[in-house]
Design a protein around this ligand. Sequence first.
Ligand SMILES: Nc1nc2c(ncn2[C@@H]2O[C@H](COP(=O)(O)OP(=O)(O)OP(=O)(O)O)[C@@H](O)[C@H]2O)c(=O)[nH]1
Ligand SMILES: [Mg+2]
Length: 441
Amino acid sequence: MNGASSLAHLCNTPSSKPYFWTSMLSKGSFSFLETQIWSRLSFRREVQIATCMVVGGSYISTPVQQPKIAFKDKPPQKLEKTGAFQKLPMVLPSNDLLLSALKKAKRVSPTKGIANIAKRERNRGARQLDQLMKELAVPLRGYVKMFPYKRSLHPYEQSLIELTLGEGTYEEVLGRVDTIRKKVVSVGKEQASLCAKSSSKREAEDRLGEGLRRIEEIFQREGNAVDDLVNVAKALRVMPVVNPEIPTLCLVGSPNVGKSSLVRVLSTGRPEVCNYPFTTRGILMGHIVLNYEQFQVTDTPGLLKRPEDERNNLEKLTLAVLMHLPTAVLFVHDLSGECGSSPSDQFETYKEIRERFPDQLWLDVVSKCDLLPYDITSEKGNIEDDELERYKRAGPEGAIHVSVMSGIGIDKLKSKVHDLLLCQLARITTQRNQEGSNSLQ
Ligand SMILES: Nc1nc2c(ncn2[C@@H]2O[C@H](COP(=O)(O)OP(=O)(O)OP(=O)(O)O)[C@@H](O)[C@H]2O)c(=O)[nH]1
Ligand SMILES: [Mg+2]
């Protein structure tokens, strides 16, 4: 597919489609994420904690005194730093969870010293069902608790969740996991209680069998929620960690203009480079070490000239980085006519982004100079030329002209990028000092 036709195809990507990053190819500190569309289901979450105890050979169901947690309404805790996804718990697939719980439950023997066969059997049945319920409910509750509330996350990570999983999917999946937990607790309690009331050995055995079957059925029917949570955790864990306290250079520009090629030249990042738009489908990280200081570089999906409400989730990811992280921008312009976006469209996008983020430190770079039929470095434009005409020939004023292929301008670009990052570092340090002195007052 050539650049222009694939761009036309991708332009139609609906902006509301949820993307789910499910796989990653990583090279060095870089990762490439692919997308997959997720199904959406509605949910409502409320956690109730209950367990059962076997006392002196009889079975009593007792609610454990735990505070009720209403997920939707829980106030956000202290605002997190970034990096929450790396702390997510390991989630067992539903089948493994169920098999392991069944195995442990079946090992439970009746309380010692019960001579009556019927009593012993109902004690055993109730204890096994209780154990099974705990073996399932405790990890499920743990998962739900250990996945943080979206509102308590750094805004950048909130955007990552929304834009990569789809709006509401994160909460939905956790809600469904919690629903299974509640059903397991309810059925486990009910069956254990019936078992404890059985009048004969046979009836106790039947009640136990029925309880095990009903709990297995819940897992067969709804266990995919746990498997979805496994995938959510996997997808989020591989998201690149951007530390907002470290100066970050963010490469922005239209699709296929050479952003990733420049990231490879400037940093340790090794994003994929291809001759079609939207090769980069996530936020990718690289690093630059300069005078013993480490800086971050993020490659981003390309931005097309179109209204905000028509932007796809890939473009929204790029905007989320600019919005929520204190990045310096390296805006890449391709005037060669090769990338699929015309110079005038790129100019429009450029002006929009520049106006939208006026406080960002900024550097413009014109890429692929080797493809231009004239010496761009000598192109200053006439005073009479309008802004667009000058842009089409030489890019925005002050732009550095480079070619990754021929190496033109790369040393100059590196040096400017270093200056920019040092400015960014000075900004962050000043801000940190100000925050420090404010907190002392
Ligand atoms: N001739 C020439 N081609 C270049 C140069 N820089 C990049 N390219 C080519 O341009 C195409 C796109 O490069 P990428 O670095 O993938 O562009 P991108 O902006 O990251 O693209 P997306 O991730 O799809 O938005 C690739 O075929 C590169 O080989 C250059 O300086 N000269
Ligand atoms: Mg790219």
